[in-house]
Design a protein around this ligand. Structure first.
Ligand SMILES: Nc1nc2c(ncn2[C@@H]2O[C@H](COP(=O)(O)OP(=O)(O)OP(=O)(O)O)[C@@H](O)[C@H]2O)c(=O)[nH]1
Ligand SMILES: [Mg+2]
Length: 387
């Protein structure tokens, strides 16, 4: 019985996550900068290396290439290997950028527009040339009407001191850009045993999440791999909405108890959280994550036999067994389910919990414990923990 419930629930969550990914609008990012500044390294550090490694590139102008992957909601407009040596080169690039942006906005394919430009300057070069400033100003000026935010990313900022100095130089140019962000996208080995740790990509991701158009933010949060806090924040918002919904929906008849905690709204909640964490849509992995977490919680904690015991632990649920659980209780269960799922996915993302361990007896016991501890806390009707 528990097995059946697991499989059914897991399948439903998997298909809902798939739907979530499928309906996500495509995020289109343009990355500009001289050859070797670290554009590809930057993209890899924000989104993982799968797009750059396995995506297919098609030239859209002589220098700009669009890289994308089937069924993957990200398109990258890249300028690989572009040598920018003089006025002419800069002028040609700015014309191409402007053309691509205009074409994207005017063609009939909806969702093709560029959402953000990352302009990369290499901090280690110690230079921000007047021609680069002119290029950026020209681009910003010509695309003013299209509302495309530009971020200057100072790549390869091994030295924070150099980055600080160059940032001041760039700021003095007073360019119409949304932000100037120094980063070191990848650990830098200075000498044997001396390593400068990567930094700044999480800040960049936070800024991008804020400046991207609302409609594309969920896609960005699902795709980015640089800032877990963004995902947790999004996931918590999903949980809060679901808990409020459960409270409003009111009483759920107890005979449905094992299903009661996994009714469509909760399944949608779990799928939404899974999507925000960007867990792979690949069936096998997702199956492991879900059956290892909610699957085991569903069987061992939320199953029919323990639901009535569980209810006794929830303040205010009283002797609901046999009748119906109240809206407040439904909210508390929903909230706990979401919160524990977030905790587990966070641990998995940090590497503190291994995907393979989730499906072991020990893993299941740990999850059940987390769930019970979480639900025992005193809660307000909306599911929030009382101080
Ligand atoms: N350690 C470290 N190396 C970096 C970083 N950024 C770039 N590099 C190195 O600099 C070189 C060029 O980086 P790419 O990311 O290929 O530069 P690109 O701008 O994509 O270059 P093109 O595609 O040729 O225009 C590579 O050897 C990278 O490993 C960084 O943040 N840390
Ligand atoms: Mg590259």
């Amino acid at each position: 019985m528990a097995e059946m419930l697991n499989k059914e629930v897991v399948d439903k969550i998997i298909s809902t996550v798939k739907e979530e990914f499928e309906k996500m609008p495509k995020l289109n990012i343009m990355v500009l900068g001289k050859t070797g500044v670290g554009k590809s390294t930057l993209i890899n550090s924000i989104f993982g290396d799968s797009l750059v490694r396995t995506g297919i590139g098609r030239p859209v102008t002589s220098d700009i290439v669009r890289v994308e992957k089937k069924d993957f909601p990200l398109a990258l407009y890249d300028t690989p290997g572009l040598e920018l040596r003089g006025e002419n080169d800069f002028s040609s690039l700015s014309e191409q950028v402007i053309k691509v942006i205009k074409d994207c906005f005017t063609d009939d394919i909806e969702g093709n527009e560029i959402h953000c430009i990352l302009y990369c300057v290499n901090t280690a070069s110690h230079r921000f040339e007047p021609s680069e400033a002119a290029l950026l100003k020209k681009i910003a000026d010509k695309i003013k009407g299209y509302n495309v935010p530009v971020i200057i990313v100072m790549t390869q900022s091994f030295s924070k001191k150099d980055a600080e100095n160059l940032k001041k130089v760039i700021e003095a140019e007073n360019m119409p850009v949304s932000a100037i962000v120094p980063v070191l996208a990848k650990d830098y080995v200075i000498d044997a045993g001396i390593v400068k740790k990567a930094y700044g990509i999480d800040d960049l991701a936070e800024i991008m999440a804020q400046i991207l158009p609302e409609a594309i933010q969920d896609t960005f949060i699902a795709l980015e791999k640089a800032n877990l806090a963004l995902k947790v924040r999004k996931a918590r918002a999903i949980v809060a909405t679901a808990a409020t919904g459960a409270a409003a929906a009111g009483a759920i008849p107890l005979p449905m108890a094992d299903a009661a905690v996994l009714v469509p709204d909760q399944i949608a909640m779990l799928a939404g959280i899974t999507a925000a964490f960007g867990f792979p849509v690949d069936q096998g992995t997702l199956m492991t994550v879900i059956s290892g977490t909610i699957g085991s919680a569903g069987a061992t904690v939320l199953g029919r036999t323990v639901v009535s015991n569980l209810l006794k632990l929830i303040p205010g649920a009283g002797t609901a067994a046999g009748a119906a659980i109240s809206g407040a209780t439904a909210a508390a269960i929903t909230y706990t389910l979401g919160e524990v799922y977030i905790q587990i996915l966070t641990k998995v993302s940090h590497g503190d919990m291994n995907m393979a361990d989730l499906n072991t007896d020990e893993g299941r016991a740990q999850i059940s414990k987390m769930f019970l501890e979480s639900i025992k806390m005193k809660r307000k009707p909306n599911g929030e923990i009382e101080e």
